[in-house]
Design a binder for this molecule. Sequence first.
Ligand SMILES: Nc1ncnc2c1ncn2[C@@H]1O[C@H](COP(=O)(O)OP(=O)(O)O)[C@@H](O)[C@H]1O
Ligand SMILES: [Mg+2]
Length: 467
Amino acid sequence: MRKRFGAVQAVDGVDLELYPGEIHALVGENGAGKSTLAAIAYGAVRADEGTVEADGVVGLVHQHFKLIDRLRVWENVLLNREPKRGWTIDVPAARERVRALSSAYGLAVDPDALVETLPVGIKQRVELLRELDREPSVLLLDEPTAALAPSEIASFFSTIADLAKRGTAVLVVTHKLGEVIAYSQRVTVMRAGRVVATHLTNETNADQIAREMVGGEVPALAARAAMAGSLLLEARGLSARSGTSAITDASFEVRAGEIVGIAGIEGNGQSALADALAGVVPFAGDVVFDGAHLHADDPPAARLQRGIRVIPQDRRGEALVLDWNVRDNVALGRQRTLALGKFGDAAREVIERFDVRPPDADAVVAQLSGGNQQKIVVGRALTSAPKLIVAYQPTRGIDIGAAALVQSRLIEARNGGAGVLLISFELDEIFACADRVLVIANGKFVGTFDRASIDRGRIGALMAGHA
Ligand SMILES: Nc1ncnc2c1ncn2[C@@H]1O[C@H](COP(=O)(O)OP(=O)(O)O)[C@@H](O)[C@H]1O
Ligand SMILES: [Mg+2]
């Protein structure tokens, strides 16, 4: 199969076979093409080339839930397949069908619950039940455990293992190598749209898979900084929790004029780290920033005042007010310190330096592309005299041109004396920008590398939780 989106060859000549009775794991870094491949196999995305053959129905549980919040569980599960009595839906029969399905697979749900009231773990079950009602012989699961708590993951996989035992062919997309080793029988590794390896799981190990996932060479760094400067941020024994993300007893430092890359697989404590520094969640431990303590209860506004800038992971949810214009979004966070008459100047600076298109301060942010929205988020952080920049996945989901611009502006900010903490799930991004790399796994820092000592395979293995 092959599929191109604009300049991106998302899937580049992939062959994949799934067998009845088998859990097949599909792994790869963010952007490797896993979701696109699954969507092609399901029939939701049309491949440019290639064919898909399946013996029976193919089901797909999406990476991002596709449930209708305002409907009940049974309505979601049976949408467009509701049992009818005459012209109307046979509600008692529908409820019963969902109840029977849920008990057959050990996926407890209340058929009458409104989906919007359910926690993510239960929503996941509803998604799964909806596909199971179609009696798929092939079931594709795109990062099914991403939103689950660790305690829910084992029970989820026992359901999936049951399904496989009944003869279903299962594909599980994941980047959690522990899950691959524990639950799959076969594993395929993708990188940059291609399959780099397929193994029987019991003939490989997490180290080998991690090395295959990250592959490639370490790129040379453009425009090296002369020298890292004075100590800017020093954290000792930092612990924090944000949702299901946790970081424990982390000690690290960031110097002025240095980009410190945090390399890790998604879900290993990165959110807790970023949120603790941003002031969104409390932390324990000792943090000194720019010569003075940072207190766990210092609000985000006080941190902004001191020169900490955060580029959050979720630009639409955490960084922008989508129905405001560019000008007001650029001023956001500086509304108390920036004279009203200067809002336009600040916006123009971001628009010019970050090549925002259209170059219009009055444009409503919701109408810009993701790449241009991100330029505003990054531009706002970098044009307001930042001392420390916490950049969380700063190029996530944006096109290559916008990503290159964001990275080169981060490097410029570092050359100008700012310290940067770059949290990224993409090793290529870390290697392209960072002066020093800290590896995070299971909420702990497990390795440090400077540019001279970077070892891609070793970093991959540490990321996978192998010391
Ligand atoms: N609908 C789309 N439009 C444009 N680019 C896309 C689209 N879907 C995916 N891509 C791009 O294709 C590549 C592969 O994406 P994806 O299949 O989602 O990867 P993965 O699931 O492995 O993270 C990425 O560079 C992504 O940005
Ligand atoms: Mg994906």
